[in-house]
Design a protein around this ligand. Structure first.
Ligand code: G1P
Length: 274
């Protein structure tokens, strides 16, 4: 079973300035819940019990969120608002949250490598919290864990993306081995539209096998001068050890204002139907 989930959360969130000047972007709420809590709940649904969070300077609100606030507990106990704390209390009491800091922003691959100390040598999940996912039937990570049981390789979640937007993503090429499941042959980070090997874009959900750490140690800076997770996955893919999975469900790009508003409207509808 996969028990640990890594949350790279050290980025600056510049696309949301000034909102993210003093607040981590992962703490921006969709309706009444911070983005990262959605990701944590998805990991728990997939059977994971340890959240390994990569933070950075200015991110302490994340640690405070997943901790007890005695003052708040004292104020709210016995009031009509107490139920609002029910879900977060459950997370704080029943799951483990571990942290380490990424001191320099050298890319997603670097962030994952910084997490090695929290993960050790076991397969693990990765959630990029600004990709907010809602799975069909079950969560996207839970769907991927199921697939991991069968293939025992790294897995990336992919979706079809219009050509004009493909340069925002890691893009795969591969051979379809069962419906919606591809054996990855090649991967490119943020290709030009004319160089994209397919329209299948990687979104922020991964299952990684721990050999990724040794590969990342050797990975040179790539696109944007950053150490790219995509480049390390490509090395695994060349050994036939990466599966791409067209997940069932929705994904909102909450790293963009447009996607954030879309997610807000969608989850508000659900919120009012409760
Ligand atoms: C990262 C990855 C990219 C992936 C994307 C999904 O890019 O590097 O391969 O497609 O997340 O959201 P970022 O959005 O951090 O630039």
């Amino acid at each position: 079973m996969i028990k640990k989930c890594l949350f790279p959360a050290a980025g600056y969130g510049t696309r949301f300035l000034p909102a993210t000047k003093a607040i981590p972007k992962e703490m921006l709420p969709i309706v009444n819940k911070p983005l990262i809590q959605y990701g944590v709940e998805e990991a728990i649904e997939a059977g994971m019990d340890t959240m390994a969070i990569i933070t950075g300077r200015g991110k302490r609100a994340i640690e405070d969120h997943f901790d007890i606030s005695y003052e708040l507990e004292h104020q709210i106990k016995g009031t009509s608002k107490e139920h609002l704390l029910h879900d977060i209390r459950n997370l704080v009491e029943n799951y483990t949250f571990t942290y380490t800091r990424q001191k320099q922003m050298k890319g997603l691959g670097h962030a994952v490598l910084v997490g090695e100390t929290l993960i050790g040598s076991e397969p693990f999940g990765v959630v990029l919290a600004d990709d907010l996912c809602e799975g069909e039937g079950k969560g996207v990570l839970a769907q991927m864990v199921e697939l991991f049981m069968k293939y025992r390789t790294s897995i990336v979640a992919v979706m079809e993306v219009e050509k004009s937007k493909i340069s925002k993503y890691g893009v795969i090429s591969g051979k379809e081995i069962e419906d919606g499941v591809f054996m990855v042959q090649d991967m490119i980070e943020k290709p030009k539209p004319e160089e994209a090997p397919s329209n299948l874009a990687v979104i922020g959900r991964y299952i990684l096998t721990p050999d990724i750490f040794d590969i990342l140690r050797e990975t040179k800076p790539g696109t944007g001068g950053e150490i790219q997770l995509t480049d390390a996955l490509k090395v695994q893919a060349q050994k036939g050890m990466v599966i791409a999975y067209k997940f069932k469900g929705k994904r909102f790009d909450c790293g963009s204002v447009e996607g954030f508003v879309e997610a807000t409207n969608y989850f508000y509808q659900k919120f009012t139907q409760k």
